[in-house]
Design a protein around this ligand. Structure first.
Ligand code: THU
Length: 134
C-alpha cells in the first residue's frame, strides 16, 4: 500500500476517536484527501433528537466545502468493527454530487481495506446532469 493511503487510514482512525456518538456508541471516522494531499477529517455527530445525526462522511465533505475545496481524491472510512461499514444512502448521494470518480476505502478493525468508488456505491445515481435535461 502507498504511504499516502496508510496516512489516510491513520487519519480515519483518529477521526473515529472524535465521534460524538453517545446514543449508538458506533464511532465512525472519515478522512477525505484533496488533490494536493491535504486531509480533512469527519466523524459522526449524534443528537438527542436522533434524526439530526450527521454521518462521518458528510461531516468530512461539508467541512471541505466550507474550506472552499471540492477537489476530492480519496475518502477513507473507519469503524472499529469486524465488518466493512459502507456509507449510508444519504452520504452516497452527497459523495456523488462532487465526483462519481471519488475513490473510497472502507477499513475494518483489522485494518483490512475494501477499495471502491462513489459511482460503484451509487449506481444510477441522480446528478446535476439530470437536472440540466429538463
Ligand atoms: N454512521 C456514519 O457516520 N456513517 C456510516 O457510514 C454509517 C452510520 C453513523 C450514524 C450514527 O451516528 C451511527 O453511525 C449509527 O448509525
Amino acid at each position: 500500500m502507498e504511504k499516502k493511503d496508510k496516512e489516510l487510514i491513520e487519519n480515519a482512525v483518529l477521526a473515529s476517536t472524535r465521534a460524538y456518538a453517545p446514543y449508538s456508541k458506533f464511532k465512525v471516522g472519515a478522512a477525505l484527501r484533496l488533490s494536493d494531499g491535504q486531509i480533512i477529517l469527519g466523524c459522526n455527530v449524534e443528537n438527542a433528537s436522533y434524526g439530526l445525526t450527521n454521518c462521518a462522511e458528510r461531516t468530512a465533505v461539508f467541512s471541505a466545502v466550507a474550506m472552499g475545496r471540492t477537489d476530492f481524491d480519496k475518502l477513507a472510512i473507519y469503524v472499529d468493527s469486524d465488518d466493512f461499514i459502507s456509507p449510508c444512502g444519504a452520504c452516497r448521494q452527497v459523495l456523488v454530487e462532487f465526483s462519481s470518480k471519488l475513490k473510497v476505502m472502507l477499513i475494518n478493525r483489522q485494518k483490512k481495506v475494501h477499495e471502491t468508488t462513489a459511482a460503484e456505491l451509487l449506481p444510477m445515481g441522480f446528478t446535476k446532469e439530470n437536472l440540466n435535461q429538463h
